[in-house]
Design a protein. Structure first.
Lengths: 118, 108
């Protein structure tokens, strides 16, 4: 049973380019979370998605960032017109249960995508 | 005030000793509490979760929760060099909040 998969593992972009990060959840999981981890900082929640729905995007910057989880295919986190401050590790996590189902909130993390903006 | 606070460390313990990692949280309505281990350059790996006040043991690991004090801890008995990592405390109320992590080094 494959775990959460993310690609690419490393991504280098120049300022102003677009970054597209992909996440395939564990088999049987239909709930996906995206987090950003900056050096010396903790994981910061960005967005929670179910298939074809954005449930909670309260952690997403209002501009340049978007996320989707289509009916078919991986979840995608898109960052437009990247800036150096976007350089970070971006982790995806998945869960078989909806957020808020008491005692079922365990998430499983992918290996992350390290984004470097030059 | 941060939602989840941890001492960043580094915490150093000799091999075979007990390592004690602490975490406090601000949202009194938080329901679920997790400890993740993260090796350098790797993704967080779930070690334990706890929901009720008291202790929960799993092998060499014990999680302790005190909701009245808004405090959760992780004890690692018989620490091994392979336990050297950053330990992240995570709290779920209406959203997941992670601490910045405590760096643990187990000295052979």
């Amino acid at each position: 049973n494959a775990g959460v998969m993310q690609n690419p593992r490393h991504l280098v972009r120049r300022r102003g380019q677009e970054a597209r990060l992909r996440c395939s959840p564990m088999k049987g999981h239909s709930h996906v979370y995206w987090y950003r981890q900056l050096p010396e900082e903790g994981l910061k929640f960005m967005v929670y998605l179910q298939k074809e729905n954005i449930i909670d995007e309260s952690g997403m910057p209002k501009e340049r960032f978007s996320a989707e989880f289509p009916k078919e295919g991986p979840s995608i986190l898109r960052i437009q017109q990247v800036v150096r401050g976007d350089s970070a590790a971006y982790f995806c996590a998945s869960s078989p249960f909806p957020q808020g189902v008491l005692y079922q909130e365990t998430q499983y993390f992918g290996p992350g995508t390290r984004l470097l903006v030059l | 005030q941060k939602e989840v606070e941890q001492n960043s460390g580094p915490l150093s313990v000799p091999e075979g000793a007990i390592a004690s990692l602490n975490c406090t949280y601000s949202d009194r309505g938080s329901q679920s509490f997790f400890w993740y281990r993260q090796y350098s350059g790797k993704s967080p790996e779930l070690i334990m979760f706890i929901y009720s006040n008291g202790d929960k043991e799993d092998g060499r690991f014990t999680a302790q929760l005190n909701k009245a004090s808004q405090y959760v801890s992780l004890l690692i008995r018989d620490s091994q060099p392979s336990d050297s990592a950053t330990y992240l405390c995570a709290v779920f109320g209406n959203q997941f909040y992670f601490g910045t992590g405590t760096s643990l080094t187990v000295i052979p």
